[in-house]
Design a protein around this ligand. Structure first.
Ligand code: B12
Ligand code: SF4
Length: 482
């Protein structure tokens, strides 16, 4: 596992395997850890695994390959790669010499079948190498009853990365009702066409999980990582009542402007929701509709953001820079819209063309991306595949991106003044304006102080752990950093 975040995928897979009596061990690569290879080698020697699994997003893929390649030189264990990168680019991932198996889609049952019978070449969801040939098995149906899954193995992570204890990551559903062109749901819905993609756990299952884990790991907050936590209003009303009664700790969630209303917001507030994140992606309605395939209007977004604020819940807005057809001029009107919204936090990212998503074809039509750069992205060569270089070199767009981060902090009238007098391109042309506001945005309400302190605490714990690991595994001549 990479970096300091946790992976629900690995937690679910671990629980399923342990339930069948298998032993599971986890190693997390901590940011700043100097001699990870040495620690990894020692762990492999002690644990003697038969299989070593990696979960990879596209952005992780390059480092997953680097580590997997090294692992193959020190053990005969089989290497399995799963996750969105294996699912969306299976031919690329299986083509690596050091990869023995890949798992497409849900790995919960497939991994158990594989581990219990590695000779079986007909396991659905699994591609494998046999006598230098690649066997490509078909997909099994999606798990429709999510309550059949065991609760995620949180302890696996807490043991290895105790700084993760504070915030409990949880999913109450799989899938999303929408299919925005830049999102993995767009690809997955096509892969599983004809099957029900959005699936919800029962209220009781989620409450039972949280009750058990609250006792065990004493978390302070919950983060619901569902693509859209508010997708089922009836479910939500029942859930929030029980959550307030039986769990009663602050939580944050992700929603969608079309699937949240005043009634839901008031219940969210009562149940201790401290932050709602919604995707706006662009202030320009036409681009939102034609390029992203998102039909929500600015009027609806304004109404929802005001409702969220009325409840004194923090609102975070997701924005994507560099969408095809976007021009710096469009932002004049767009910035006025964003200034009017004045969310607590802007999360803005430059568009990444993730493999097999519809936006690739749109980007190609606008000349923003070509097959060569897509190939680089698929191979994890993100640095060179960065399709945003041209746009990032536009100083006006860069200034807008910096100005946007300041909107939550500046008085509305002052932001409007900067916009009206066209001063923002001059003021925000310097890099210094980049990350600073993101930090302060988190201080913009009392609720968020708790979040900031727990983030600092996590960072300090991580630092302590990393320095402990660095001194436990000191540098030898054979060490190379990963
Ligand atoms: C939680 C989450 C995060 C968390 C935790 C990430 C993590 N390490 O798990 C955080 C907030 C850190 C995060 C960050 C980012 N994320 Co994110 N994230 C998600 C989210 C919402 C849920 C993932 C999840 O836990 N699902 C629940 C588990 C149980 O399901 P699962 O992951 O699908 O796993 C199953 C199978 O895939 C398979 N499987 C998975 N791994 C493995 C491994 C093995 C060995 C096997 C056998 C099987 C297997 O079996 C699992 C069980 O069925 C997904 C969207 C989604 N709904 O999936 C996006 C998603 C994965 N994220 C995405 C992105 C883009 C990012 C960021 C780049 C965002 C950004 N701009 O910064 C960063 C990148 C971080 C990085 N490492 O570089 C994209 C990835 C697209 C892509 N092609 O790579 C997704 C798909 C969202 C999207 N809209 O497209 N993310
Ligand atoms: S609403 Fe969010 S999660 Fe759902 S498809 Fe669109 S971007 Fe993806």
């Amino acid at each position: 596992m990479l970096e300091e975040s946790e992976s629900l995928a690995i937690q679910y897979l671990s629980s399923g395997l342990k339930k069948q009596g298998h032993k599971v061990n986890l190693i997390v690569y901590h940011k700043g850890e100097k001699y990870f290879k040495k620690r990894l080698k020692k762990r492999i020697e002690n644990f003697q695994p038969d299989f070593i699994g990696f979960s990879a997003m596209t952005d992780d893929y390059a480092i997953v390959c680097k580590i997997a390649k090294f692992v193959k030189t020190i053990t005969n264990a089989f290497i399995i790669v799963g996750g969105i990168q294996a699912t969306s680019c299976p031919d690329e991932v299986i083509s690596n010499d050091f990869v023995d198996y890949i798992v497409l889609g849900e790995g919960d049952d497939a991994i158990i079948e594989l581990i219990e019978n590695p000779q079986n070449t007909k396991i659905k969801n699994i591609w494998m190498k046999k006598n230098k040939k690649i066997i490509k098995n078909s997909l099994r149906p999606l798990i429709q009853n999510l309550d059949t899954l065991p609760f995620p193995d949180k302890e696996l992570f807490v043991k290895e990365a105790p700084y993760l204890k504070e915030i409990y990551h949880c999913i109450t559903s799989k899938g999303c009702p929408f299919h925005c062109t830049y999102c993995f749901n767009n690809f997955m819905k096509k892969l599983y066409s004809g099957e029900k993609w959005l699936r919800k756990r029962s209220v009781n299952s989620v409450i039972t999980e949280l009750k058990i884990m609250k006792k065990k790991i004493k978390f302070k907050q919950v983060l619901f990582l569902d693509d859209c936590f508010t997708s089922d209003k009836k479910w939500l009303i029942e859930f929030l009542k029980k959550y307030k009664k039986e769990i009663n700790v602050p939580f944050k969630a992700i929603s969608h402007p079309a699937l949240i209303d005043a009634e839901v917001l008031s219940l969210l507030k009562k149940a201790k929701c401290t932050k709602v994140k919604i995707g706006v992606q662009t202030p320009i309605e036409k681009i939102r509709k034609d390029i992203c395939k998102r039909n929500e209007t600015n009027k609806l977004i304004r109404k929802i953001v005001n409702e969220i604020k009325k409840q004194k819940i923090m609102v975070e807005i997701d924005h994507i820079f560099g969408l095809p057809s976007e021009k710096a001029e469009d932002y004049k009107q767009g910035l006025e819209f964003y200034i009017g919204l004045k969310p607590n936090i802007f999360s803005s990212f430059w568009l990444q063309y993730y493999p097999n998503t519809e936006i690739i074809e749109i980007g190609k039509k606008f000349g923003d991306v070509d097959d060569e750069s897509i190939n680089k992205i698929i191979k994890g060569d993100i640095r060179y595949g960065d399709t945003m270089k041209k746009r990032k070199s536009n100083p006006e767009l860069l200034a807008i991106s910096r100005f946007m981060c300041w909107i939550p902090l500046l008085p509305q009238n002052f932001s409007r003044f900067l916009l009206k007098k066209n001063l923002y391109p001059f003021i925000f042309r310097y890099d210094i304006f980049n990350s600073f506001p993101y930090l302060i945005q988190h201080f913009s309400s009392l609720n968020s102080l708790r979040v900031v302190f727990s983030a600092i605490k996590r960072k300090l714990l991580l630092k302590k752990l990393v320095s402990k690991l660095n001194s436990k595994y000191p540098k030898t001549n054979s060490n190379k950093n990963i």
